[in-house]
Design a protein around this ligand. Structure first.
Ligand SMILES: Cc1cc2nc3c(=O)[nH]c(=O)nc-3n(C[C@H](O)[C@H](O)[C@H](O)COP(=O)(O)O)c2cc1C
Length: 201
């Protein structure tokens, strides 16, 4: 698969903003089953090998799961402060679980898990996200769930760990630098070819 034309602009932005850890944070919008929007911050984890799909991680107990299963369309909005540019990537979301039949995707899920820090992994042993916090809720690294998780030697992801992929179908890139500003739109056609158009900012 060939790299989409917007990939080089995004790679440049990631490189020029690499000093800022938060430049890997972006907002993901999904659609609730009743049609209302939902939005949250997530961390960009890289690209799925040889593809234009972006990798994220999430917990299958979070609300976004039902939203994505109901409506897989999603959009991310990503601002890079050093270079003052915004990327909006819209496309199709997919969730990769332990029972994923595609071997490549199953392996990608394990690799992302293995790259996570201990603190990142621990969150998957925390009590159910979004539920009312109970006085006995145990978030400690020595909670029974955390100990059980570590006993897997950090190799096998827990069952609630999901690799989340975004396969973009349109990209809107706005550069604030410049007078006037610059804006480009990329759309993927039926034949999988990308078309780039320069539009008014
Ligand atoms: C800086 C930052 C990074 C975050 N990274 C992630 C992430 O990578 N994956 C994730 O599921 N939630 C992440 N969260 C938490 C989400 O914003 C959100 O609170 C959580 O996923 C529950 O969202 P939901 O109820 O819409 O599913 C992050 C939050 C912040 C503030």
């Amino acid at each position: 698969m060939s790299l989409a034309p917007w990939r080089s602009s995004l790679a440049r932005a990631l490189h020029r903003n690499r000093s800022l850890a938060y430049a890997r944070y972006l907002q993901l919008a999904t659609v609730r089953p009743d049609g209302r929007p939902a939005n949250r911050t997530i961390v960009f984890r890289g690209f799925l090998d040889d593809s234009n799909q972006l990798e994220f991680i999430t917990d299958d107990r979070s609300e976004k799961i039902a939203q994505i299963q109901h409506q897989p369309c999603g959009e991310i909005c990503w601002y890079f402060p050093n270079t003052r540019e915004q990327f909006r990537l819209a496309g199709v979301l997919s969730l990769i679980a332990a029972d994923e039949p595609n071997e490549t995707l199953c392996k990608a899920r394990s690799i992302v898990w293995q790259k996570l820090s201990d603190a990142g992994r621990l969150q998957f042993a925390w009590p159910h996200s979004g539920e009312e916090r109970s006085p006995d809720a145990n978030f400690a690294p020595d909670s029974p769930d955390a100990i059980a998780q570590r006993s897997r030697n950090g190799i096998e992801p827990p069952s609630n760990f999901r690799l989340l992929l975004l396969d973009p179908t349109s990209v809107d890139h706005l550069e604030l630098r410049g007078d006037p500003q610059n804006r480009y739109r990329y759309d993927k056609a039926e034949n999988d070819e990308w078309k780039k158009v320069e539009v008014n900012p």
